[in-house]
Structure formats: C-alpha cells, structure tokens
Ligand binder design. Structure first.
Ligand code: GAR
Length: 222
C-alpha cells in the first residue's frame, strides 16, 4: 500500500475545521495521516479533539519566547520533526513569520472566513455586514508571508440576508468551511494542486479564478 501523505494542522481554538478533516479521513474521503496538531494555546479544544483521535499534539506558549520569529521557528520545527509533508492552518489565529514560513510555502494552506481578497484579518462577518455586502464566504489559500494574502485556491459563497447578525452569518458559513477545507486538501494531497510563481496551478494549468464549492464539491468558476 502507498504510504499516505503526512499532514500537520495548526489550530488556536474550537477546532471544528480540524474535526471536519478528521471526519473526512474517517469516512475514507481523505487519504492522509495526521501526524501533529500544534497550537499556541494549551487549552485549545482543538488539542483535545486531536488527542481523542490519537493524533500527537504540541502546544507552545508565545510568551515563553523573546519574539514572534523564534516562536514560529520552534513551532514549525516541531511540525518538520513530526515528519509532516503538508501543513494546514485550521483556525490558527497568529500571523506566521515569513522567514520561518519559507520552507512551507507551497505546502501550507489556510482557511479564512471571507471571500479573499476582501476582508483579510479579523472580524470578517462584522465587516461584511457593515459594508452591506450581498455575498459572503470562505476561502482556502496557499499560505505566504502576507497575512491572508496568498493565492486563493477555492471559495465557498453564501448570500447574506436582511437582518443577518455576525453569529447567524458565521453559523451558516461554518458548514461550508467544513466541506471546503477537506475538498481542497484532497486535491492538494492528490498532487493536482501546485503553488508556482505566486499562482495556483491545477492539473498543470494556472487557475484563472478560485474554484467554487458547489453541492457536489469543487468546480471551476463559471
Ligand atoms: C473558522 O471560521 C476559520 O475560517 C477562522 O477561524 C475559525 C476557526 O474555527 N480562521 C480565521 O479567521 C483565520 N484568519 P474552528 O476552530 O472551529 O475550526
């Protein structure tokens, strides 16, 4: 049997996207070995989820380091030492230092709750509502040194509705995130996606626009 690709995940909080990845693997829809879940928060529920699934965990405290770069170097060294070939940021809420990240560019993806390039950073649901946008969504992108700035691989879109609150939007978006992230990771581990020249390549062709999540999975944008 072919060895399965080895994946590490970084998560700071609840871990529902991590849970979606683990569930996809359980269903047989995602051929991956999860070799490490790392966090900047020792009490992150994501770590408990990982432990329950038998995935090794590590939590490092940023305060114990003189600066961000040394923290990120150490955390990413743990990821390397785990044997991971791929890295998924699933609700990891710290900006990663560009220098420390360099060996992972092209091998790391992040899920972000907005239709990038709109609304990088925090409070995306609130900002969508404040702007009166008719549409919201989530993006999975290759991680680069620029915060939420790497090329977007795929998006899930949803309509905003009159009277929407931040909580309502987040609650409608989350199940889409839970389908989007495993779908992108499956493409990546299957060797179909590449990061080259600052662009996403799918099956050898530069992707002109992010893939879209539909009822049956990912498809090309119309
Ligand atoms: C998700 O909505 C994810 O898109 C977002 O944090 C949440 C984590 O939820 N990520 C970011 O905002 C990263 N900039 P989870 O811990 O339940 O997966």
């Amino acid at each position: 049997m072919q060895p399965r690709p080895r994946v590490a995940v970084l998560a700071s909080g609840r871990g529902s996207n991590l849970a979606a990845l683990l569930a996809a693997r359980e269903r047989g829809g995602l051929a991956a070995d999860f070799v490490l879940v790392g966090s900047d928060k020792a009490d992150a529920p994501a770590l408990r989820l990982a432990e329950a699934a038998g995935v090794p965990t590590v939590a490092l405290a940023p305060k114990a380091y003189p600066d961000r770069r040394s923290f990120d170097r150490d955390l990413l060294q743990r990821v390397t030492d785990s044997g991971a070939q791929w890295l998924v940021l699933a609700g990891y809420m710290r900006v990663l230092d560009g220098e420390a990240l360099r060996p992972w560019v092209g091998r790391a993806i992040n899920i972000h709750p907005s239709l990038l390039p709109k609304y990088r950073g925090l409070h995306t649901h609130r900002r969508v509502l404040e702007a009166g946008d008719r549409e919201h969504g989530a993006s999975v992108h290759f991680v680069t040194a620029e915060l939420d700035g790497g090329p977007v691989i795929a998006q899930a879109r949803l309509r905003t509705e009159a009277g929407d609150s931040e909580e309502a939007l987040a609650a409608r978006l989350l199940p889409l995130e839970h389908r989007l992230l495993p779908a992108v990771l499956t493409l990546l581990l299957g060797g179909r996606l590449r990061y080259r020249d600052g662009q996403v390549w799918l099956d050898g062709n530069a992707l002109p626009a992010p893939l879209l999540l539909g009822p049956d999975g990912l498809h090309a944008a119309a």
